[in-house]
Structures are given as structure tokens and as C-alpha cells.
Design a protein around this ligand. Sequence first.
Ligand code: 13P
Length: 257
Amino acid sequence: MPARKPSIGGNWKMNLDTAGVKALTGDLLKVLDTSIADTVDVTVFPPFPYLAPVAGALCDAGSQLQVGAQDAWATPNGAFTGEVSLSMLKDVGVSTVLVGHSERRHVIGESDELVNEKLLAALDAGFEVVLAIGEKLEQRESGKTNLVNIGQTCLGLAGTTAQQMAKVTLAYEPVWAIGTGKTATPQDAQDAHLAIRQAVGSLHGEDVANALRIQYGGSMKPGNAADLLAQPDIDGGLIGGAALSADDFAAIVRAAS
Ligand code: 13P
């Protein structure tokens, strides 16, 4: 099995302001040793208005930290009021696009088809893409965890080529664990990750599945990161709350390294 380089994302969601973004970016540059990029891929996902300043600050500092967007619209520039295009994101230094976050799916109402459209467009435009998937509490309680995750994986990845999969990371984020302080047990998370990897194997073959990185997201903190990351199919994390503290985020990155 090929070794998979761990991958950690910090999803800042709809938080912070200019001063807060500046402080957090500066703190990250202080606490994250630049050599960390040799062992872990680290991406931060600021809100849209702060993408350019964060990308600029990281670039000025010579940092290897990548900048990701929390979402993107799939079509080229034009009459899409309120949306942000992939070419705009590229223009301001974004390398990665997150699609299908549960808050986009369940609060905003995005469908698997729209998520897939965004993923394909972002891959076509040359971005790294993180596809987030995950079951809701009632789906887990009714024994549908794997069904939901495999469905979201296959619909989200529809139309991708095996070659494009080198630019895709999956993020398994059980909805009931996001921002709640409840974390999947390492074994429950491992079971879900294995089922997701097997689904990718049936789509694209074993080599692609074995090379795919699958992050865990849902109340990952410095205190539980090591146990989760020790699981064979957990290759990193997508961090929400703890990504707003440079020290906590750095502790998780170090746990992955
Ligand atoms: P929390 O780490 O706050 O649970 O958020 C996880 C998440 O949604 C990351 O995208």
C-alpha cells in the first residue's frame, strides 16, 4: 500500500474579522515550523473576504501553508449574483476548494448533483478538491451510515477520472459530530473510512483507493487527534473550532506529522 502523506485542513467557517484573521495567520506562522510541510499538507480555509490577505501573508512569509476556499461556484464568470468563481479564487492565490460541506448540504440545501458539478469544475480548473461527506444522527441511528457515505462519495465523484483523483481528498464529517464536542470513536471513524475507501476502489480501482487521503472532521481536538489519526484509514483531519486557535491547530498538525 502506498504511504499517504497526512493532510490537515483548518476550516475557519464564517468566523473572525480583519484583525482576527491577521492575528490567527501571524500566530500560525509563528507556531508552525516551515519544515512541517515536509511531512503534512496543511491548508487553511478562511472566509471569502479574507482569502487574498491570507494568501498574500503566507506567500510573503515563504510559507508552505496552502489556502483553500470553503466553496465555489461551478460556472465561469457571469450573472451569478452573490457567488464566487473558480477563476476569481485562482486569481487571489487559492489552491484548494472544499465542496459538499455538511453546512452547505444541510443548511443551504446543496444537492449531490450540485456538489458534483462544483467538484468537476474545480478539478478541470486545476484545483485540489476536498469533498466532504457524512451522515446525520438519525441516519447513523437507523443503520444507514455506510449507505449515506457511499452514496455521497459515488455521486460526488461521478464523472471523475482515475487521474483526476490524485487531486481529490475526501473528508468524512459525521454531521452529529460537527461543532458538538461529540467525536466518532476511533473505531467508528475507521469503519466509516474503510467503507468510503472501498467505495472509491469500486469506482476507480484499488490503486486509486489506496492512494486517496481521507480526513476525519467532527470535533477533532488536540486531545483526541492522535487516537483518530492512528487509525489505518484516517489520513488527516478537517478541523473547525480548534482551527481558530493557532496552538490547538498546530498541536493537531503535529499529531499528524
Ligand atoms: P468542528 O471541528 O468544529 O467540529 O468542525 C468540523 C468541520 O465542520 C470542519 O469542516
